[in-house]
Design a protein around this ligand. Structure first.
Ligand code: PLP
Length: 445
């Protein structure tokens, strides 16, 4: 059974974000078949602690019957119907209203998509539309952060600030600019980099600045406390829109409903996906401010030629509503904060007893452990030592799934378990991380 599946996988399945050659050589390393809470089981019967919530998305954990039931009920009643033009339906209306009630003040109108990349592509088009209908078409440039990840669709690939993603199809789109991130830099330097890019581009040509409140796929890079307040002020000075990509940080991941709330900053636009349905249905969206919505209402004449077949999918909306209800009833945002603190404390103790652990950081249940050759000087390992790969493999052997990040010669282990994790499970995770890193340390001699 297992060999048969591996052969079929090789022959017919092109995996997302994967090495095709490695797949052909080694086959799929693990084939999952069942999920329960924070755990996943593969087809050999081995259980794993899913310490990155799969793709940072299974916020309420695996195997929730309530979501299966919500989907089945909606499918039986009306699996799908259009939201194009003047058609509407109750699940999407109710979800839009619910999301508007959760987002910071003033962000009240939602455009739905099927995921994060579509949400960021939609945000690029919507902010340009906002300027165009005010006779400011020259405002079309998009600035974002190096090491930022915003997806792989046409525009979102270009918003992404990780060069590895640009090369695949030969080039990226014009009018996208990347500035220095706050990682390993001062707020002054990071703000100066943005200011310089705005000045050099011509402030009147910039449409928006995009950033994740915490850069996830870039290695869980947490900004200094004054970073976003100063970003907000700078955007206001130049009249530039600020778009917060909440695809990972939204829906409780950081101990607040949305990540940007950790810094009391209100963006003009938010994009979301992942946690809104905990991955039980592909759904995302863009939330815009009243100011933007009012401009649309007044000046967006004729048809808005932008919409996906599945924008506002009724079954997806029903799943999202139930998912949010479960988060609220289980106080999972609060749990994320509390368990995140416990995880941080536990991993700081791990750092004390292991020589190769550098920075350990968490906001809620979004965090990372860095591995370094010398913690004091922050000296990095040589990339050919493949420290991250070794750590991810050692974790895997112990039944813990984490995500490794190695851009720019870093060795970062990202950790973001489902928000339902409890104290004993946090301790189990800490122990797994300790044992795995100890093994790598011993291997390195
Ligand atoms: N934005 C952020 C911050 C993400 O982390 C991701 C995916 O990991 C995306 C956008 C793209 O979302 P999707 O993979 O659903 O298209």
């Amino acid at each position: 059974m297992s060999n048969n599946l591996i052969e079929m996988d090789k022959r017919h399945f092109i995996h997302p974000t994967s090495s095709i050659q490695q797949q052909q050589k080694n086959g799929a390393k693990v084939i999952m078949e069942e999920g329960d809470g924070i755990y996943l089981k593969d087809i050999t019967g081995k259980w794993y602690l899913d310490a990155v919530s799969s793709l940072w998305n299974v916020n309420i954990g695996h195997g929730r019957e309530e979501l299966a039931k919500a989907a089945a009920e909606q499918m039986k009643k009306m699996a799908f119907s259009s939201a194009f033009s003047t058609f509407s339906h109750e699940p999407a209306i109710r979800l839009a209203e619910k999301i508007a009630s959760l987002t910071p003040e003033g962000l009240n109108a939602v455009f739905f998509t099927s995921g994060g990349s579509e949400s960021n592509d939609s945000a690029v088009k919507l902010v340009r539309h906002y300027w165009k209908i005010q006779n400011r078409s020259e405002r079309r440039k998009i600035i974002s952060l190096k090491r930022g990840y915003h997806g792989v669709a046409a525009a979102s690939t270009s918003v992404t600030g990780i060069p590895e993603f640009w090369g695949m199809a030969g080039h990226m789109m014009t009018d996208f600019i990347h500035v220095d991130t706050h990682y390993n830099s001062t707020t002054d330097q990071a703000i100066a980099s943005l200011r310089q890019a705005i000045e050099e581009s011509g402030p009147e040509t910039v449409a928006a600045f995009f950033a994740e409140p915490i850069q996830g796929a870039g290695g869980v890079l947490i900004p200094p406390d004054d970073y976003f307040p100063r970003i907000r002020a700078l955007c206001d000075d130049y009249g530039i829109l600020f778009v917060a990509d909440e695809v990972i940080t939204g829906f409780g991941r950081t101990g607040k409903m949305f990540g940007i709330e950790n810094w009391d900053v209100i963006p003009d636009v938010m994009t979301f996906a992942k946690g809104v349905t905990s991955g039980y249905f592909p759904l995302g969206g863009v939330v815009v401010s009243e100011t933007i919505h009012n401009v649309f209402k007044e000046k967006s004449l004729g048809t808005l030629f932008h919409g996906f077949t599945y924008s506002g999918h009724p079954t997806g909306a029903a799943v999202a509503l139930k998912n949010i209800e479960i988060m609220e009833q289980g106080q999972l945002v609060e749990n994320s904060r509390l368990m995140g603190n416990r995880l941080l404390l536990g991993l700081k103790k791990v750092k004390e007893s292991l020589e190769i652990v550098g920075d350990v950081r968490f906001v809620g249940l979004l965090g990372a452990v860095e591995l370094v050759e010398e913690p004091v000087s922050n000296k990095r390992f040589a990339q050919d030592q493949h420290v991250t790969l070794k750590a991810i493999e050692a974790l895997h052997e112990r039944g813990v799934i984490c995500r490794g990040v190695t851009y720019d010669n870093t060795d970062i282990i990202c950790i973001a378990p489902p928000l339902i994790i409890n104290q004993e499970q946090v301790d189990q995770l800490v122990e797994g991380v300790y044992e795995a890193i100890l093994k790598v340390q011993q291997q390195l001699g």
